[in-house]
Design a protein around this ligand. Structure first.
Ligand SMILES: C[S@@+](CC[C@H](N)C(=O)[O-])C[C@H]1O[C@@H](n2cnc3c(N)ncnc32)[C@H](O)[C@@H]1O
Length: 255
């Protein structure tokens, strides 16, 4: 396919329209959360309904491009502590309305409570705050649960399978930010890719940022499609890929 193993700098909807139907095995993404983060090329404080309508179009495209049995792993967290926005519920409702099956939710526990400052009414039931120290990975499937593939291309180990099938994943947030406000930790993506896809499958990240999904797909012998509107983040993604490609061929020479 034209876009296989490509870092594509462009608007999510414009690019996705060019991806053929039924061609992606696994989509993994984390959209902008609409919380006013300082992205290179995106207004992260849209009117909430406008934001939901925009993403609904992205979900429709995602559903179209997935193969039957294909998976969509959507990373999201409720936003706001005092003014709580259950954005994860809104996305779930949107996707279920489109006919995607809500297969499971994974809790990504980020262990960030040590930095906590927002207590609300300290030591009083007047108005205390609960701070989400976790995010979700919501997993949806298209047209049934089963993803067909060659069993020889299933490369998850027994220990990994046991560990990853417990849906409480303790993973520290990424420290190496590469100039981006919200990159994925590689371990989160590694687990999703190994658990939900076969070697050789195509993995899409339509809000690819600094290319974590592309990098981990390459490392695990999957193909990737990376889309991001920011030239700068796409350049970072390309540089990261070049670096690991260099490292991997050096490893082969050394073996
Ligand atoms: C939460 S970040 C994703 C970070 C990524 N997971 C990583 O590991 O670096 C969301 C990304 O969406 C991109 N974005 C925002 N609007 C977009 C649009 N209309 N089309 C494509 N990408 C967009 C932003 O540039 C940002 O990098």
């Amino acid at each position: 396919m034209e876009f296989e193993n490509k870092i594509i700098n462009g608007d999510v909807l414009e690019v996705m329209k060019k991806i053929p139907d039924n061609s992606i095995h696994l989509a993994i993404t984390s959209p902008p959360y609409n919380v006013g983060k300082d992205y290179d090329n995106h207004n992260d404080k849209m009117d909430y309904q406008e934001y939901l309508n925009w993403l609904n179009e992205v979900w429709k495209e995602t559903q179209r491009v997935l193969v039957p049995g294909g998976r969509f792993a959507l990373n999201i967290a409720p936003t706001g502590i005092k003014d709580f926005v259950p954005i994860h519920h809104d996305f779930t409702n949107q996707l279920r309305k489109l006919g995607m099956k809500f297969r499971t939710e994974i809790i990504w526990y980020k262990q960030t409570m040590l930095k906590r400052t927002a207590w609300g009414s300290w030591k009083s039931p007047a108005n205390p705050h609960v701070v989400p120290s976790w995010e979700y990975v919501l997993v949806f499937t298209k047209n049934g649960d089963k993803l067909f593939g060659n069993p020889k291309e299933a490369d998850i180990t027994a220990d990994e399978f046991k560990e990853f099938s417990d849906g409480f994943w303790q993973i520290q947030p990424e420290r190496q930010r590469n100039g981006h406000p919200a990159p994925f930790p590689e371990d989160l993506i590694y687990r999703l890719i190994k658990f939900y896809s076969y070697k050789g499958n195509i993995v899409l990240d339509m809000f690819g940022g600094t290319g974590t999904v592309a990098v981990v797909s390459h490392k695990t012998d999957r193909k990737f499609i990376h889309i991001d509107i920011s030239k700068e983040y796409c350049k970072t993604a390309k540089d990261r890929l070049e670096k690991i490609k260099g490292g991997m061929s050096q490893q082969k020479i050394n073996q």
